[in-house]
Design a protein. Structure first.
Lengths: 397, 397
């Protein structure tokens, strides 16, 4: 056994999160794609079967009340809240991330316009996952704003008294770079604008601190580090003191103050409920709720500590096993700038990733030349990291 | 046994859809709330367990391709298409009804504005399920239009060369009244406007004929007569020749011509795919796909024939069993004006419905004074109808 392999064993033996792996249904392969689709928590199949057979099949319509279906969006929001540093009552679950970006950005412009009609420019992360940019373009078009794409580093200089809202990603989906949420949020606020953060690649992987850093609005998906299942519903955070001013472009009946009053005039519900839209997608939502049970007894600081140790160790193994010059890390070495993934630029990346997968090491390929490896500390081991780097090294030798 | 009870037995024995009831998981109760939440098809629990354990748990990320997850929205749309009289390639499944109403109405205004900038009035069904009205108000506000609520009967007179789009319900959720889709659509077109139909209470219960009647855009939910499960995803129909002009207010990455190109500039996909937004909600969507298997060998005309016979028979039983003057039907007697439910106005309706439910007859209460009974021909029997009326009669005697 190589030195790195035996060190991996030792690190696994000392890992305070090691016991969490048993709460997932996994096989012998190395799964480093939990930043795209989290692995299946062991509690989910049984819970979902109960939701389907008993709650839907037997109680049927009564489950909206008796099984707590109606209140699931805010109840599950409160379950996600501690993972992103939010007090209860500020998050609702539902719809896709794209739809929530639209709600958040339009509402941000409306909040800001309330303060000053001269603000008509939305800044958007030019390196963002594309959907955020597309939706931001639509939000700008529909609110009479101009959209200006800038890199996160350029944001401070781009802010002005024309800026209405700024949409940023906490972690870049391609490079795994972690952006400085506290200082960027402070800069946005100093310019009098609203800060909207996309947490898709950070929630469940590292501390976010929404309340602590005064973030205004945030969105995120739940199928990556939160393991909610394919296409599980996203969430929307609206800071408590902004909720009365949250004016949704999608005021569906679920956000009405009295949803079963069936009133022709819309009157928004108080609090985070205002972010709801239509009938919540119960099967996916309750699968997510069950998946969140794996966070019992885990703090996000424990996760962050292991995440950095895992990615450090993986980079060390890559340096050892992969021939010089065959890959180049796009992910920052500095911990303050690193999310929970390692992205390696590599020639013929798509072919290389397909071969890795065939050999039991799953990451993913991102156009045009990037191998992405996501490290989900609740179930990825140091032994996984060593094996992934070793197989990659063999393929590239 | 009463004459009506024995007639019910005979009607059940002759029912060409009677064998379909075995394809649902039902108990001995009478379930007349399938117009709110359809009963559980027997195929769903096993299929969903396979989706969770094998497709998510074992294949994980590979299932987006290998298990056909990525193409589910359009594949399932094509499965719904024959039930609403649409040729393939015009329906995508995803998001809630409310979100789809927003997409459809904004896109309708944009199509219409392309024809004439003078059109700035949206007509909306004043008796609609409230969410359609709330969302229509938002769509009007965000497109610079004026919203004018009118009853469906007032639509022809209200149409003018200012009308851009008209949002109508095919069946009224409270009264069960069926509106005349062919003639209203023709009137909207004669005025040069776009017709948007909400099919929540008609799809799966009666013929719609979207293609035949030239409907422009339509939306509907799948958890009522389509039995998709609680909060299962809704769908959007865009008539083929309008698809190139469908300009979505929610242009998420799933509607991009090359979604995995991760391009910063948005370029819409061709066809119905343009109505997609974010990552599809796979668990709920595949439960719906499985639920749609019950339509094998069933035509919507068979369903309509039984639906009318069931509601006729129920009304006859009510007239026989319920003391004179205790209830009044809000549902039209004429077949051409009747959906697949019977709504009875009744004093203390909420209390009466709770007692009915306690006695094994489930319908629902709608504020302020309405008992609603939905008749889903795939699993409701004539015996159910007779028993429901009999228990109601006993309660009101």
């Amino acid at each position: 056994m190589s030195e790195l392999a035996s060190r991996a064993r030792k690190l696994d033996a000392e890992d305070e999160l090691a016991h969490k792996r048993a709460e997932f249904l996994l096989d012998g392969d190395v799964y480093l794609d939990g930043n795209s689709l989290g692995a299946l928590p062991a509690s989910v199949p049984g819970r979902l079967d109960d939701v389907v057979r008993r709650e839907w099949g037997e109680l049927r319509i009564r489950s909206w009340g008796e099984s707590g279906w109606w209140t699931a969006p805010e109840r599950i929001g409160d379950r996600i809240a501690p993972l992103v540093g939010a007090a209860p009552g500020q998050i609702v679950v539902g719809d896709s991330t794209s739809v929530n970006v639209f709600k958040a950005l339009v509402a941000a412009v409306r909040m800001s316009a309330g303060a000053s009609a001269e603000r008509d420019e939305i800044l958007v992360d030019a390196t963002t996952f594309p959907t955020d940019g597309y939706i931001a373009e639509s939000a700008a078009r529909m609110t009479g704003c101009r959209l200006r794409p800038v890199t996160p580093a350029e944001v401070p200089a781009a802010l002005s008294d024309r800026t209405t809202a700024v949409l940023l990603n906490h972690v870049d989906y391609r490079t795994g770079r972690l952006h400085d949420l506290p200082s960027l949020t402070a800069a946005v606020h100093a310019a009098g604008a609203i800060a909207v953060w996309d947490l898709c690649h950070s929630a469940g992987a590292l501390p976010v601190g929404l309340d602590e850093h005064g973030v205004d609005l945030a969105v995120g998906c739940t199928y990556k580090y939160l393991n909610g299942g394919p296409g599980s519903p996203a969430y929307l955070y609206v800071r408590r003191d902004l909720q009365d001013r949250f004016d949704s472009p999608l005021p569906g009946w679920n956000s009405h103050a009295e949803p079963f009053g069936m009133r022709p005039a819309y009157e928004p519900a108080p609090g985070a409920l205002r972010g709801r839209v239509g009938t919540p997608d119960i099967l996916s939502m309750l699968a997510l709720e069950s998946a969140l049970e794996v966070w019992e007894g885990v703090t996000i600081d424990m996760v962050r500590t292991k995440s950095l140790a895992l990615t450090d160790f993986f980079l060390e193994c890559v340096a050892e096993y992969v021939p010089e010059g065959r890959v180049e890390s796009l992910t920052p070495l500095r911990h303050e700038e690193r999310g929970s993934q390692v992205s390696l630029r590599c020639e013929d990346a798509e072919t290389v990733m397909n071969r890795l997968i065939a050999q039991g090491v799953t990451g993913d390929f991102r156009h045009p030349d990037t191998l992405r490896f996501g490290f989900t500390p609740l179930y990825v081991t140091y032994t996984d990291a060593e094996r992934a780097a070793r197989v990659l090294g063999e393929l590239l030798s």
